[in-house]
Design a protein around this ligand. Structure first.
Ligand code: NCD
Length: 482
């Protein structure tokens, strides 16, 4: 009897492309998604103008999209599934972790290995930061991040920018105000990176204690060269802060061919006072213990100033009180259209990722990622420093076992380690040499790193290095740094 070959998971055997952060896409790739979404809207009808029922295509016939959602969702999951059906493909869904093998304790890694043998593209939503990037390591098909913890939600940003474009806003010359939980909203994190890269001015209006995290601000200023400016005293009574555009810094992991244009156009934008969009977000109660929040609301009264006369009011939805329902009939309200554009945008993205439609700007890579300028450091999880973000996937009781300590080494204004998965930075650590079993005790003023990155081991502290039987370099103080 013939023996059938074993079922293999050909990890990265094909050339594929994942989308785990908005920064995985160059500006020209984002524009390629928009151009294709425009084409689909022309062919299928625009929900805002001439929606036509029952239109689908044949392009993706035979292709399958799987949604693996470990957190609640309405728009993201349904619009991805609709997008695949409208493309002529089919979709399968695991929408509730209590009814999938996750309830038995199966890891995301194992689920993804299995599901990538069933489907041609996976969309993943997960409560852990960095889960999508982690899943991509185990998938032989493209992985799309449908929202991972408080990290990012890149396809929501594509919908947001596309909506503004359809509203005739010039993406390279905008003033955007963002209100609410800027700390816990993954939609905001992807959105501000994209806005910064397009050259927008951003006004931050956080709820108290919910400001943009330091690591996001650092990236805006140091990688996309956006210098925060203090709010002008005559501005509204919310805490506001301007982030202005400049050309992206060379350490950015993406190459931006339009950088100089953005810089030049911005000078005019800076003088502009009108707010093009007010972006509202809900309090991310599932991420915070303290639910007793004094939370800002946006209503007609908030929008009565002249600077809001031509604003578009946006919200990724769901709304739970922070956006007045009375605004629904206001012509400036575009949030339901923003949700409707989830279908053409996700059709375009899936098409490009699967190579159903081709665009010269849209690249496919050997391991699914473009790669970057930063050195990748990796060590077994038992050795050396771990990601300091407690919500990172590396700390998950099931999935953590599958992870290594993986960081990008960022050499700019000192040295930082950026977790490969959740992209949170660590600034304080000591450097060890695996060959010599020594460590450099002077964290503030470290010497050059060992040439071979595999010889480096980073420790959280001198005490951790000593515990791993590394000795402080002779001639230098080896007392643990407090
Ligand atoms: C957002 C999310 O899940 O991050 N929802 C969505 O995808 N439209 C926003 C939110 O839940 O607040």
């Amino acid at each position: 009897m013939p023996i059938s070959p074993p079922l293999m998971t050909p990890l990265h055997a094909k050339r594929i492309r994942h989308l785990t952060s908005i920064n995985d896409l160059r500006i020209d790739e984002i524009e390629a998604v928009f151009a294709l979404a425009d084409k689909y809207l022309r062919e299928l009808g625009d929900p805002a103008i001439d929606y036509r029922i029952g239109r689908s295509m044949e392009a993706a016939r035979g292709s399958i999209l799987a949604t693996l959602f470990y957190e609640p969702s309405t728009r993201t999951r349904l619009s991805f599934e609709t997008a695949m059906i409208r493309l002529g493909g089919k979709s399968i869904s695991s929408a509730d972790p209590t009814t999938s093998s996750a309830a038995k304790g199966e890891s995301l890694a194992d689920t993804v290995r299995v599901a990538s043998n069933y489907a041609d593209v996976l969309v993943i939503r997960h409560p852990r930061d960095g889960a999508a990037r982690f899943a991509a390591e185990y998938s032989s098909v493209p992985v799309i991040n449908g929202g991972d913890g408080a990290h990012e939600h890149p396809t929501q940003t594509l919908c947001d920018l596309f909506t503004l474009k359809r509203e005739n806003k010039d993406l390279r010359n905008m003033n955007v105000a963002i209100s609410g939980d800027l700390k816990g909203s993954r939609t905001i994190h992807s959105f501000v990176y994209a806005l910064a890269r397009f050259g927008a001015q951003i006004t931050l209006m956080p709820a108290k204690g919910m400001e943009l995290p330091e690591h996001v601000l650092w990236r805006l200023s140091q990688e996309f060269n956006h210098t925060p400016e203090p709010k002008e005293p005559e501005e509204a009574s919310v805490d506001a802060l301007y982030v202005t555009a400049d050309q992206p810094h060379q350490l950015a992991l993406i190459a931006e061919p339009e950088a100089i244009d953005v810089h030049l156009e911005k000078t005019a934008a800076r003088k502009k006072k009108n707010i093009d969009a007010v972006y509202v977000t809900r309090f991310q109660k599932e991420r915070w213990a303290d639910t007793d929040q004094d939370y800002p609301t946006v209503d007609a009264d908030f929008l009565k100033g002249r600077e809001f006369s031509d604003s578009r009011v946006m919200h990724p939805l769901p709304r739970v009180g922070e956006l007045d329902v009375a605004l629904d009939s206001d012509p400036r309200a575009v949030y339901f259209r923003q949700a409707a554009y989830g279908v053409p945008i996700r059709m375009a993205l899936v098409s490009l990722l699967l190579g159903i439609e081709k665009d010269n700007a849209f690249e496919i890579f050997e391991d699914g990622f473009r790669g970057g300028h930063a050195t990748l450091y990796q060590q077994p999880r038992e050795l050396g420093i771990r990601c300091s973000n407690p919500n990172c996937i590396v700390h998950d009781p099931f999935d953590g076992k599958y992870t290594k300590n993986k960081f990008h080494l960022i050499e700019h204004q000192g040295r930082r380690l950026r977790c490969l998965y959740c992209e949170r930075d660590i600034q304080s650590f000591v450097v060890g040499n695996k060959k010599q079993k020594t460590y450099e005790p002077h964290a503030e003023n470290p010497g050059p790193l060992p040439k071979n990155v595999n010889d480096i081991v980073f420790f959280a502290s001198a005490a951790e290095a000593e515990a791993a039987l590394y000795t402080g370099k002779p001639g230098k103080k080896s007392t643990p740094r407090l």
